[in-house]
Write a protein that binds this ligand. Structure first.
Ligand code: RB5
Length: 152
């Protein structure tokens, strides 16, 4: 694994269940010099995760930021919502190997976390792993090209 964060600008968002974890990741990455665009939410009022997930994914597809992180209760709903946006590949991450391969193999621009699944300290570590790795190309390029061909 390489040691430097590979991006300058990241978008982050959450639903009401992901608020505390989203804020912790935002502050952790800001402290490392990443420009973090926080699209909310910023209070505990219930919201529908597809609204936040799709909004962040659309803004990333428009190149407002290089990568994104989304947090909900399980990470599943946010991943489903983000993957509905053409051109976006989002992976729900719970372990270090998937954090690395999500970008190295899958070229995922977004990872998602479940605040009810993963502890905040673990999520910070997984975010670092994801952001310190890059797409490896090579044999993975043909497979990612086939994913791109599935986009609308
Ligand atoms: C709450 O809406 C819950 O369903 C959400 O946070 C997430 O776990 C969905 O996948």
């Amino acid at each position: 694994m390489t040691t430097d964060i590979k991006i300058k600008k990241l978008g982050i968002g959450c639903d009401h269940l992901g608020l505390d974890m989203k804020n912790a990741i935002r502050d952790h990455l800001t402290a490392q010099g990443v420009e973090v665009v926080d699209i909310g939410v910023n209070d505990a009022d219930p919201v529908d995760y597809p609204d936040i997930g799709a909004s962040l994914a659309r803004r990333l597809a428009d190149k407002e930021f290089e990568r994104g992180i989304l947090v909900c209760g399980t990470g599943a709903g946010m991943a489903i919502a983000a993957n509905k946006v053409s051109g976006i590949r989002a992976v729900c991450v719970t372990d270090p190997y998937t954090a690395e391969r999500a970008v190295a193999s899958n070229d995922a621009q977004i990872i998602t976390f479940g605040s009810r699944i993963t502890g905040s300290s673990v999520a910070l570590m997984l975010a670092d792993i994801y952001l310190r790795n890059e797409f490896q190309g090579g044999g993975s390029a043909q497979k990612v090209d086939k994913l791109k061909a599935l986009d609308d």
